[in-house]
Write a protein that binds this ligand. Structure first.
Ligand code: URP
Ligand code: ZN
Ligand code: ZN
Length: 465
């Protein structure tokens, strides 16, 4: 199958140009002016005049079917990748989980079983390590070789995913030898548990207590600590879902002194705030960790994205229904499952709040949603750019179309939207995954099982600023 996309504005991280794109099979075969006149033929031609042609977006932080708080994140690999595709995201990297007492292999096999034959677009895995010991440290090398080169450890959630400093340091040391990357959920979980207990004892049991107990200073402290551990180990480190100025200051200071510290933020920290947690139990819809912060953090995070102290935006997509899941925490905010839906809305929220609002260029937008994730997580040059030879993961994007975000219209398998009623400018019209159209004008045209596991190479962090 050959598809010719004519007259679109190709937007890559390093510049934009108006040209045609010829897709042959699964890859981009030719980019140039007036390809039909040059004699190139195709089975289908799509006129993209007035629209962008961008690389399929890549979300490197999702949790399909994550077990959490006595329940499971609702989206499966089928529903989650399908929803992602509607929003222009053609690749996800999900977190496989090593449960306590399990091997990494058991956790990884379980995630392969969830995804294989179900995903509608390509996917990779990071590995959550809940149990760092001699055996699991040794297993890390094998996972790197198998294309799962990143490991998430937590200074949060004592008794669940928590690792102490020694465990984190040992894992970091291991990556200096095997080339992998340690990703950290950086909040001081021990201190948070103390304050959370005091908050409940003082009578605050509604979700606002979640935001009050998980103080920004606890995120700043943990971020500083793990960066120092990485410096001592001589390893790079990646901070996931960074939410607050206190943590960003630590990443910026580390980068200024030459440390290979990288970080992502998420749309919820750019567009939502502590106020959303405050509406009685409705606030449970906004319970995630780190929690939503005060609005004065928004400009700080945008500045971090502009200056590249934050390299990318991922979603931390982890959806729980309000009815039947979030309400496990009625009467005690500590029991609300942590996580928000978002995989479908990231591209448009960032276009609207970033490009349309004049905060970032359209090229930086493409960089933070696609090119930087591809580069940092070993998917370039196949993913993350519109280039000859790359996978034809492409989006024909209308930068002027407006839509209103709503649970009634979204495709994520969850009964509410954090952005209900918000109008955004910019929307994905046609979405290609390796040359196949999987979404066209609001209809799903893809296939369950089309998505393939991506064996990712460790990135060359030493060469990354
Ligand atoms: O609240 C969140 N972030 N839930 C998902 C698990 C995690 O910590 O990333
Ligand atoms: Zn986390
Ligand atoms: Zn997460």
């Amino acid at each position: 199958m050959r598809t010719l996309i004519t007259n679109g504005t190709i937007v890559n991280a390093d510049g934009s140009t108006t040209a045609d794109v010829l897709i042959d099979g699964e890859t981009i075969a030719v980019i140039g002016a007036d390809l039909a006149r040059a004699g190139l033929t195709a089975d289908e031609t799509i006129d993209a005049t007035g629209r962008y042609v961008i690389p399929g977006a890549i979300d490197v932080h999702t949790h399909m079917e994550l077990p959490f708080g006595g329940t499971f994140a609702k989206d499966t690999f089928e529903t989650g990748t399908r929803a992602a595709a509607f929003g222009g995201t053609t690749t996800i990297v999900d977190f496989a989980v090593q449960g306590k007492g399990q091997s990494l292999r058991q956790g990884l096999d379980a995630w392969h079983a969830k995804a294989e034959g179900n995903a509608v677009a390509d996917y990779g895995f990071h590995m959550i390590m809940s149990d760092v010991n001699d055996a699991t440290l040794a297993e890390m090398d094998g996972l790197v070789a198998e294309g799962v080169p990143d490991f998430k450890l937590f200074t949060a959630y004592p008794g669940v995913f928590y690792s102490d400093d020694g465990a984190i340091f040992r894992a970091m040391q291991r990556t200096t030898r095997n080339g992998g990357l340690i990703m950290i959920h950086a909040e001081n979980g021990m201190a948070i548990d103390v304050v959370a207990e005091q908050t409940v004892a003082a009578g605050t049991t509604d979700p606002i207590g979640h935001g009050l107990a998980r103080k920004a200073v606890f995120e700043g402290e943990a971020t500083s600590r793990v960066i120092r551990l990485a410096e001592a180990a001589g390893s790079p480190v990646y901070i996931v879902h960074l939410s607050a100025r206190e943590a960003l200051d630590e990443v910026r200071a580390a980068r200024d002194r030459g440390t290979k510290a990288f970080a992502e933020t998420c749309p919820q920290y750019l567009f939502l705030s502590l106020d959303d947690l405050g509406n009685g139990f409705e606030g449970a819809k906004y319970v995630c960790s780190p929690p939503l912060r005060t609005k004065d953090n928004w400009d700080e995070l945008w500045a971090g994205l502009i200056r590249d102290d934050l390299q990318l935006v991922a979603t931390d997509h982890c959806p729980f229904d309000f009815e039947g899941q979030k309400d496990l925490g009625r009467g005690d905010f500590r029991k609300v499952p942590n996580g928000l839906p978002g995989v479908e809305d990231r591209v448009d929220l960032l276009h609207d709040g970033g490009v349309v609002a004049g905060r970032i260029t359209r090229e930086r937008w493409v960089e933070i949603i696609s090119s930087a994730p591809a580069r940092l997580f070993g998917m370039a040059p196949h993913k993350g750019s519109v280039a000859v030879g790359a996978d034809a993961d492409l989006v024909i994007y209308d930068p002027n179309r407006r839509r209103t975000i709503s649970a009634a219209a979204h495709h994520m398998d969850v009964d509410y939207s954090c952005y209900e009623g918000r109008e955004v400018q910019g929307a994905s019209d046609v979405v290609f995954s390796r040359g196949s159209v999987i979404v066209r004008d609001g209809a799903f045209t893809g296939r369950k099982g089309h998505g393939r596991f991506l064996k990712r190479a460790p990135a060359d962090y030493a060469r990354m600023a």
